[in-house]
Design a protein around this ligand. Sequence first.
Ligand code: NAD
Length: 484
Amino acid sequence: KGLSSKGPGALPADIAVPGYDRAQVTNGIVHLGIGAFHRGHMAVYVDTLLADDPHWGIIGASLRRPDTKVALEPQDGLYTVSARDGAGEQLRIIGAIREIIDASADVAPLIARMAAPEIRIFSLTVTEKGYCHDPASGALRADHPDVVADLQNPASPRSVPGVITAALAARRAGGAGPVTVLSCDNLQGNGEIARAAITGFARRVDPALADWIAAHVTFPSTMVDRIVPATTDADRAAIAARLGVEDAWPIVTEPFHQWVIEDHFAAGRPAFDRAGAQLVADVAPFELMKLRLLNGSHSTLAYLGQLLGHEEVAQAIRDPLLGAMIPRMMADEIRPTLDVPGIDLGDYCAALVARFANPSLHHRTAQIAMDGSQKLPQRIIAPLRARAGKGLASPLLTLSLAGWIAYMMQRGDTIADPQAALLQTAAQGQSPAQATARVLGLTQIFGPMDDFLRDLIPQTAPHVARIIEGGPAAAIQYALKGAN
Ligand code: NAD
């Protein structure tokens, strides 16, 4: 027996259920990349505001995997969100997703749905690599294999820029009107990256379409924050026990959630603010804060944590060495690169450490360690560059970078990264000094070699050598003494 067979009305009284009639909801949003994060973040905001404004139901699509459709379709798109911390757990059934499309086999039905006039927002969580952009310049990578294939065959695309361009071409042809592309991926200037990727693709297909997009489509940037780990079988069993019915794919997350959105919508928007989002003119300071303090610390905990044998973030932050390093790195090295209106960064950092230590989130360091080439430039290299520009030393950020390089030297054959082949060749079988120079010399990831990168190599290589030769614990201890 599954979630929908019993119906939300028959669930135990302490389970929150949709506060609106699902039959009255119409579609307004197509979401690409219907993974864990969307279902634990944006879909929850939408679910909150559907009672006031039922025109924003979500059609969720995956370009890569049938798994969400297989799990959620039999339960009418309903699923549970479990928000938990050391103090307890709250369960809520989310009804915002009305339909799920598996576009991995056939993309045409998805493009047809995206071309409907009722759809006014295309939202995205397709991972950093889904934009097919060059992390160093932000531009579309015209040599990306998926982009090459889609440019040859733009009517049946597979890449995110290709699919959205095809949908926009169909909207233009059918008079479906303007639309907003709302990126919710962890990328600095995610709206601008989406714009560059999509208009870059469209211009190569049809310059008139690119002009139409410039006039009819907006790309607000957003800062998204809620830790949503991959669901485990143990989560599924525990949630089924509380519901009294099976949920094939519940989402487990923390109580905290934050969403800051640039208020620049081409065809209207739901009152996201009434569900707790913040609408601002410029999201950039919030993005930098989150990418550097939260995501930068996460990547540090992931690579050094992996090397120390910590499989989960909560375990890594309880390690005395990482538990000392992370607050120091945030306070001494990252905070001085930030200036965020209306936010006390000291409180923000303290809250982050508590969130990392949440004992009921089993957030795997191996999951965060994936796709480092797409993440490190904005999380670690950008604050390093900002500090170097002011003549400031950054021993702990440099150690964090060294952790990634050492991880690739030792585990290179197991890494999941779109640039895995390049990174393996650069790091494996090299001395620490060579590996550091060769990794930081990868222009596809870091951009052209310049004075900043040239200086960074000799600052980073000794940390890498200490990690490899004396072990990660001794290397962290050494850096913490030096950073005093
Ligand atoms: P997930 O693995 O559950 O889902 C990822 C989705 O992206 C899937 O639908 C997958 O099919 C799709 N995808 C992967 N590669 C793609 C590609 N090359 N082209 C098109 N689609 C592709 O992961 P998730 O937890 O949902 O995270 C997705 C993204 O959300 C992250 O990469 C990040 O940018 C953002 N995010 C996640 C969290 C979190 O805590 N999970 C927090 C903030 C932001």
